[in-house]
Design a protein around this ligand. Structure first.
Ligand SMILES: Cc1ncc(COP(=O)(O)O)c(C=O)c1O
Length: 387
């Protein structure tokens, strides 16, 4: 049997990882500023994470949600404390798409409405409702098409207000990433998020903060939506939550009253997943990783600002993006193959940095030197061609 070939892959086989570094099967070392799509939050194979997982494996890895799982309660308490949302309630699942799917469904159960507002360049996942709220036609199969999703321009307060005026009490929820990831690192303005809060309150709609990529401390605050100083009704989480072990969830405000069977999952919240998620929170707290994300992120952004050829440096904490001009289109590839540094991309011309929140300043310095060198090389090749 062959693999179903749906991913464009780099010709490299990673066999070992530690902190912000990975090694291939030939022993070559790479600096990982991508974290496999923002997943590695506390660093690869962190010793505390490994120990907690190993200890849990020796006891029990899985049982379903038909029995008490005290680790879930422990996780909910810890998450409430670190996120500052202690009165919220936690529902655990397995992936970002599933988290958003559950959030959109819960909103609709709650207010009995059908319409969802989503924004240009949004990405919310691949399952039916999540992909319907994703602004990329290539991911939407005919069966996912629905007239229930209204797309509006990102950060456009007037368009949002007009839409609410027109559709009033038909709007079930508004779903927004605090910082768009796949869309190219676009930060939602604080005023825009506040406007969403005001309009949702006025019309009885649910504000869903997709924090799958921008959450879990990556921005320097636990949820990047928190910069606006208002609470969302539901936060969705995945990626950094398990540092590579698949675990996801939603936290929902006290306005939602639970009812048996409205949500459910076989694997979600299993013992091993909870151990991974707890280990991540313990390390974020113990090693003050949100502070580190602010500090190293600021250093990176400031240094990148000084590189003339790079445009529109943006993002928060350790979620950074910048535009690469056409003549430097090989930059990301050259960083990987010449400098052995993984970075992320967003179409058509954005480089995304999504490293571990434990990235050290000296690793950031290595990246700045490497990108400066690669840009110089590309510029001198371009000059030679043009002579
Ligand atoms: C903002 C956002 N939401 C949802 C998802 C979907 O997450 P998953 O791939 O775990 O289903 C992603 C994945 O990239 C994402 O970036």
């Amino acid at each position: 049997m062959n693999l179903f070939d749906v991913y464009p892959i780099n010709d490299v086989t990673i066999v070992k990882a530690k902190g912000s570094y990975v090694w291939d099967d030939k022993g070559e070392q790479y600096l990982d500023l991508y974290g496999g799509h923002a997943v590695i939050s506390i660093g690869h194979t962190h010793p505390h994470w490994v120990k907690r997982m190993e200890e849990q494996l020796e006891k029990i890895a899985f049982y379903s949600n038909s029995v008490k799982i005290p680790l879930q309660t422990e996780l909910a308490q810890k998450l409430g404390k670190i996120s500052g949302k202690e009165d919220y309630q936690l529902f655990l699942c397995n992936s970002g798409a599933e988290a958003n799917e559950n959030a959109l469904k819960l909103a609709s159960f709650h207010n009995g409405r059908k319409k969802i507002i989503a924004f240009s360049k949004s990405f919310h996942g691949r399952t039916s409702l999540a992909v319907a709220a994703t602004d990329n036609k290539n991911y939407v199969a005919p069966v996912n098409e629905t007239s229930n999703v209204i797309f509006l321009p990102f950060n456009d307060e007037q368009a949002l207000e007009d839409c609410f005026k027109e559709n009033g009490k038909k709007i079930s929820s508004v779903i927004i990433e605090g910082i768009q990831g796949v869309g190219g690192i676009n930060v939602a303005s604080e005023n825009f998020l506040r406007k969403i809060r005001i309009l949702c309150d006025e019309y009885g709609a649910v504000y869903i903060a997709d924090s799958v990529q921008c959450g879990y401390g990556r921005s320097g605050k636990f949820f990047s939506h928190d910069f606006a100083g208002v609470n969302a009704d539901i936060y969705t989480m995945a990626k950094g939550m398990g540092n590579g072990f698949p675990v996801a969830g939603i936290i929902v405000s006290p306005i939602f009253k639970p009812k048996h069977f409205i949500l459910g999952t076989t694997f979600g919240g299993n013992h091993l997943a909870c151990a991974a998620a707890l280990a991540v929170l313990e390390v974020i707290e113990e090693e003050k990783l949100m502070g580190n994300a602010v500090m190293v992120g600021k250093y990176l952004k400031d240094e990148l600002e000084n590189i003339l050829q790079l445009k529109n440096i943006r993002g928060r904490g350790l979620m950074i993006g910048f535009d690469v001009p056409e003549e430097l289109k090989d930059l990301r590839k050259n960083l990987l193959w010449n400098q052995k540094i993984f970075t992320g991309e967003a179409k058509p011309n954005v480089i995304r940095l999504l490293p571990s929140l434990a990235l050290k300043k000296r690793d950031a310095e290595q990246f700045v030197d490497a990108i400066t060198e690669e840009i110089q090389n590309l510029v001198s090749v371009e000059n030679t061609v043009n002579q």
